[in-house]
Ligand binder design. Sequence first.
Ligand SMILES: NC(=O)c1ccc[n+]([C@@H]2O[C@H](COP(=O)([O-])OP(=O)(O)OC[C@H]3O[C@@H](n4cnc5c(N)ncnc54)[C@H](OP(=O)(O)O)[C@@H]3O)[C@@H](O)[C@H]2O)c1
Length: 230
Amino acid sequence: MATFLVTGASRGLGLEFVRQLVGRGENVIATCRGDRSMSELDGLYDTHENLQVMELEVADDKSIATLGRQLEGQAIDVLINNAGMYGPRSLSIGDLEGDGWAEVMRGNCIAPILIAQTLLPNLREGAGKKLVFITSKMGSIADNRGGGSYVYRSSKSALNAAVKSLSVDLAGEDFVSVVLHPGWVQTDMGGPNALIDAETSVSGMLRVIDRVGQPDSGGFFAYDGAVIPW
Ligand SMILES: NC(=O)c1ccc[n+]([C@@H]2O[C@H](COP(=O)([O-])OP(=O)(O)OC[C@H]3O[C@@H](n4cnc5c(N)ncnc54)[C@H](OP(=O)(O)O)[C@@H]3O)[C@@H](O)[C@H]2O)c1
């Protein structure tokens, strides 16, 4: 039984990660913002002793620091940085603006790396030593044929670049750091026309997370294990 920490667990892929992980008997620390409804997560919490729920606003340095203090001394095997946002949908060249863009950069790139940095002592105590970051194929520069989506694409490309550095810097400690594309998934973000459901996406990503080892560190994988070009 390993300990997983999943961010953004109030709904969508984060909630599904928690559902599948507690179901297979892992210890799970699920984080979500305090000001949102946690009803489905509460339901899981009521029925699973292996689930801890903690508050984390990923875009707030103080909230990250508080989580770090609350978890002091607790080993974590696998960190799944899942929380993310799409940001303003319709912006194209001509009407981009900085504040909204910076907010998405903070949530999608800066926050996951700061969370990993804060929880490194916990991850060093764990045996799993896996750092997982949920990115998007839209962050692939090689795959970008559609253009547009400046805000979301750039936030995920930046995340990918930072995780690559993390994989190099932590290789000496046997950490495995990877970015995972969940597919186009039916969640609030993916919308109802998306190609797969959250159960399919998360069961695929968990298969990838379970099997990745040192040689895969610094890799960019889809939920079905396919390698995605940078
Ligand atoms: N769905 C797709 O097709 C798709 C495709 C590629 C990549 N992804 C990536 O997969 C991840 C999960 O996406 P999803 O589809 O599950 O999205 P979602 O349904 O919109 O859920 C997003 C989750 O992130 C949390 N979150 C957002 N901003 C936060 C903040 N500042 N602090 C704390 N939590 C925050 C949300 O919490 P609240 O409930 O409090 O807002 C929610 O739990 C994201 O990183 C996303 O970019 C999704």
